[in-house]
Design a protein around this ligand. Structure first.
Ligand code: B1M
Length: 221
């Protein structure tokens, strides 16, 4: 297995670093942390490490999560491994030698404080090579609009977990579409459906993070 494949493996199985006891069958082995440093030392371009190592691993996690082959705790370990690796890549993001696929502005809609699912969506999309700007929970229409003005070319993602906040999602989508007709908006969350998406005029509904990542990737393919 070459170095990039090993890095992808660490992300897929949530192996953060040498000292991490998780997963048990990789105990004592180097993790995403050390292997990313090693790859940089060997002169592998940071962009290759991201695209052909980290992103490949995260895509596999996304598919396994969708198929119920892994669960929230495993996804969180993968995200931790991803974070450990991307810390070493930070200077290359800053100097422009790594190009992100685009900007994704994410928030849980007004009145709604649920953020566990939204955070997983954010991690997965970041792991797919996007810059994620997380506005948090209880995000009002004006906050989404302010972010559009501030970040320019971007895709908006909205999450809702309560049937009582679905009307707030509808109001936000409609207001944003009225002001920025070309603005792409993805929606998701447990009570959201394809029909609801069609009724409120959002661009895409995904029931899981992987679907949202695949849609985003299709926009820049
Ligand atoms: Co609340 N809660 N909660 N809650 N809570 C639910 C959602 C509920 C179904 C529980 C129940 O009654 N069985 C119910 C909603 C009922 C309804 O609307 N019909 C409910 C209620 C009623 C409430 C309160 C009103 C309770 C009260 O105070 N009386 C209150 C509301 C507070 C508020 O938001 N204003 C409330 C509060 C809370 C806590 C604060 C205690 C806590 C949230 C903690 C937090 O998020 N930081 C909480 C929790 C934990 C839940 C449950 C138990 C779990 C939600 C969760 O995190 N799921 C939930 C019951 C349940 O789902 N079993 C419940 C795990 C997460 C990984 O899944 O969020 O679905 P999920 O995200 C998935 C997908 O939906 C999708 O991908 C994610 C990853 O797979 N997805 C997207 C999500 N967003 C996406 C966006 C996308 C694409 C995919 O694109 C942009």
């Amino acid at each position: 297995m070459n170095l990039l494949e090993q890095i992808a493996n660490c992300i897929e199985f949530g192996k953060i670093n040498l000292n991490s006891p998780y997963p048990p069958n990789m105990k004592g082995q180097e993790g995403a942390d050390e292997l990313t440093l090693k790859a940089l030392d060997e002169g592998i371009p940071a962009n290759d490490i991201l695209k052909n190592g980290l992103v490949i691993g995260m895509e596999k996690v996304g598919v396994k999560f969708r198929e119920n082959k892994v669960f929230v705790p495993q996804v969180l370990m993968s995200a931790k491994a991803m974070n450990a690796a991307t810390l070493h890549l930070k200077p290359y993001f800053n100097d422009g030698s790594i190009q992100r696929k685009g900007k994704f502005i994410l928030g849980t809609v007004a009145g709604d404080l649920h953020d566990i699912g939204k955070n997983i969506v954010g991690m997965m999309i970041e792991g797919n090579g996007w810059e994620v700007i997380d506005l948090g929970t209880d995000v009002k229409t004006e906050q989404f609009e302010k972010a559009i003005q501030e970040y320019g070319d971007c895709v908006i993602g909205m999450s809702s977990l309560l049937t009582t906040t679905m009307p707030n999602m509808e109001a936000s989508v409609k207001a944003i579409k009225a002001r920025y007709p070309e603005q792409k908006i993805i929606i998701g969350g447990a009570p959201i459906t394809e029909d609801f998406k069609n009724n409120i005029g959002a661009d895409f509904y995904s029931e899981d993070p992987q679907g949202a990542a695949e849609y985003l990737n299709s926009l820049v393919a």
